[in-house]
Ligand binder design. Structure first.
Ligand SMILES: Nc1ncnc2c1ncn2[C@@H]1O[C@H](COP(=O)(O)OP(=O)(O)OP(=O)(O)O)[C@@H](O)[C@H]1O
Length: 295
């Protein structure tokens, strides 16, 4: 089970949306993290054979996915950012319909539909029309339709967009459950979506994978670069201009800042254990302005 991307490039009007990306994905959960416009959707659409790369290739166990064509797509489950559904279909009917499009035998589709409705926690809503579901419930149906044919590869484009914190947690657990013996690639710009469930995290910026590895591998170089520091209110602005500030908290004494800095920013700064949010800020945060600031 190996999905290999080699020198993958896709341009739109001369600008690279995906720029010479090479990576190998195996069974497990991969979190694709990046800000808006980083190229996540374009990469995922190529992995789903929906658009062709301009350069480079994608292979599944050594074979080109565009040559494998239908054979590859049978192995694939995809939840696009805006997944289309028929508003007047009930949850159950919609999933049976997707099953028929995917070429599943009706008996198999019925069995899988019943099982997945339970797994995504929609037993009570199974006879409800799609248009009557909340955003979170619709997303759960989206996941169910993506895994209906028991795919080896599951590609989820921002599956948690618009979900409340409870739904997010529920979603994370569901994805972990579904990830057994599968390759799951999940895009998001919310760090906590992938922090606990991803085996590997890929940070994407300007069409490139700028850094990738296990959460521990991403955190290790940040050790010694995260600080907690109390400052007076009138120093906060100067600190924000001088450093990448991960958090600002008002305390009875003044302001507490979480700062990223290779050097100890002040005598009273205390070292902190890095979190994935800090890694994200390190790569994607506003560049700190070079400025002589005395704190
Ligand atoms: N069909 C298209 N035509 C022209 N430009 C496109 C097209 N699709 C994507 N782009 C451009 O390619 C770049 C990457 O877009 P993409 O949607 O892949 O990013 P993303 O990381 O998924 O962003 P988001 O988180 O906002 O969905 C953007 O600059 C976007 O405007």
């Amino acid at each position: 089970m190996e999905l290999n991307v080699s020198h993958l490039t896709k341009e739109f009007k001369g600008a690279a949306a995906v720029d010479d990306v090479s990576y190998t994905l195996r069974a497990g959960v991969y979190g694709l993290l990046g800000v808006n416009g980083a190229g996540k959707t374009t990469l995922m659409r190529m992995l789903c054979t929906l658009i062709k790369p301009d350069k480079g290739c994608i292979t599944w166990d050594g074979k080109d996915i565009f040559e494998l064509d239908g054979q590859y797509r049978k192995l694939l489950g995809y939840l696009p950012q805006d997944f289309g559904y028929y508003p007047d279909f009930t949850v159950q009917d919609y999933l049976m319909y997707v099953g028929s499009i995917k070429g599943m035998r009706p008996a198999t589709a019925k069995q899988r539909t019943a099982r997945l409705i339970k797994q995504v926690g929609l037993e009570k809503e199974k006879k409800k029309k799609m248009k009557k579901l909340s955003g979170g419930m619709k997303r759960r149906v989206g996941i169910a339709q993506a895994v209906l044919n028991n795919p080896s590869i599951l590609i989820l484009d921002e599956p948690t967009a618009g979900l409340d914190p409870n739904e997010r947690i529920r979603f994370r657990n569901l994805i972990s459950e579904l990830a057994r013996d599968r390759l799951v690639l999940l895009s998001t710009h919310i760090v906590s979506d992938v922090e606990y469930i991803a085996n590997e995290i890929l940070l994407m910026k300007d069409g490139k994978i700028c850094v990738a590895g296990t959460p521990e591998e991403l955190l290790a170089p940040m050790r010694g670069q995260v600080w907690s520091m109390d400052v007076s209110k009138n120093k906060t602005g100067a600190c924000r201009r001088a450093y990448k500030v991960a958090n600002v908290k008002t305390t009875p004494e003044g302001i507490n800042l979480r700062i990223l800095s290779a050097q100890r920013p002040s005598e009273n700064a205390l070292p902190q254990e890095p979190a994935l949010e800090d890694v994200f800020l390190h790569y994607f945060g506003e560049g700190a302005v070079e400025e002589d600031v005395s704190i």
